[in-house]
Design a protein around this ligand. Structure first.
Ligand SMILES: [Zn+2]
Length: 341
């Protein structure tokens, strides 16, 4: 067996195509240059990195071996566009590797079971509990944490190219949602979180399985993938009250602009029971005017804090971080770019 220096090992991970940020995040804090002298430290380094990347440790111990990800077959990818087998295996394995410590630090609620419920009933329930006239990203997050489903926003991704919107990992009878959709604003992230909640409540995910939703501009209600159409319709009904909301400009109004749309959705949204940013996205979904809708989001929301940082701040509040080993705490800290330890 050839177990070379740490820099050789780092180079192997690079050659596989892994991003600098993920290599940094999975590298143990205890490592120092002096540790290279010790064969057991070099092995321990590889075991730790393998665990945090979801790789087969034996494939990392010998430098002549091809590094392999674990569990490549138990992941289903939605809306693939040319991702290689290794890229897919890396995404799902990393998702599981992050999900495990997250679940270990998430208190089990009194009623951990997720009973089937319609989008309409779930919406009524959230509107009954919340203080807004519409369902917000905050309501969805509270729902998830309330049923023992941790939600985090990945700031580190295995590959330099990130084309994932969200994924849900099921371990035993529990779920973890990891969000990745690039957006500073709550509405697009709320759509993807609602979509993942739909996968959970519609029982789309078998035990030990991962569903990875690759990014796409908007809902796909008429596509070939029935699970995806069902999850999109569930998400839209949860957020808007209708599984296929149609939002167009008044025939009499001037050509829509970002600021005009922002004004319109801000004044009409509450009366319709739809969060204004979500209403702007429904307009884009109906008309294809994504640029105008994205411009409206910029007007509607303050520039700070970014939605992802709020999601991870809440995660830090909810997690029982002290129950995790130090290396897991540092790992989550790096992955969520938030001081969890
Ligand atoms: Zn999906």
């Amino acid at each position: 067996m050839t177990t070379g220096s740490a820099s050789d090992f780092r180079q192997r991970l690079h050659t596989l195509g892994l991003s600098d940020s993920v290599i940094e995040a999975v590298w143990p804090r205890w490592w120092s240059e002096g540790a290279d002298e010790s064969a057991s430290a070099r092995a321990e380094l590889r075991f730790g990195v393998a665990r945090r990347l979801g790789m087969d440790p034996s494939s990392l111990l010998d430098d002549r071996d091809e590094p392999r990800f674990l569990w490549p077959s138990q992941a289903r990818f939605k809306h693939l566009s040319g991702e290689s087998d290794t890229e897919r295996a890396g995404i799902s394995a990393f998702g599981r590797a992050v999900a495990k410590p997250l679940l270990n630090a998430t208190p089990l609620p009194d009623i951990p079971r997720v009973d089937p419920i319609s989008a309409r009933d779930l919406r009524e329930m959230l509107l009954g509990i919340g203080t807004s006239p519409f369902v917000t990203l905050g309501d969805l997050l509270a729902l998830c944490w309330g049923i023992g489903v941790p939600v985090g926003y990945l700031r580190v991704f295995p590959w330099p190219q990130k084309r994932m919107a969200a994924m849900t990992v099921r371990l035993g009878d529990r779920w973890v949602v990891l969000l990745a959709r690039d957006s500073r604003y709550p509405a697009p992230i709320a759509f993807w979180l609602a979509h993942e909640i739909a996968h959970i409540f519609l029982a789309h995910i078998q035990s030990e399985e991962v569903i990875v939703d690759l990014d796409r501009p908007g809902p796909d209600l008429l596509g070939d993938d029935e699970e995806e159409s069902a999850a999109d319709a569930f998400a839209l009904e949860l957020l808007t009250g209708q599984p296929q909301p149609t939002v167009v400009a008044d025939a009499a109004s001037a050509a829509p602009s970002a600021s005009g749309l922002a004004q319109e959705v801000a004044s009409r949204g509450p009366g319709l029971g739809i969060e204004p940013g979500t209403l702007a996205l429904c307009y884009a979904f109906t008309t294809g005017e994504w640029e105008i809708a994205n411009g409206a989001l910029k007007v509607l929301y303050p520039p700070e804090p970014a939605a992802w940082s709020e999601i991870n701040r809440l995660a830090v509040d909810q997690l029982r971080i002290d129950e995790l080993p130090e290396e897991s705490r540092h790992f989550l800290d790096a992955v969520f770019a938030h001081e969890v330890s």
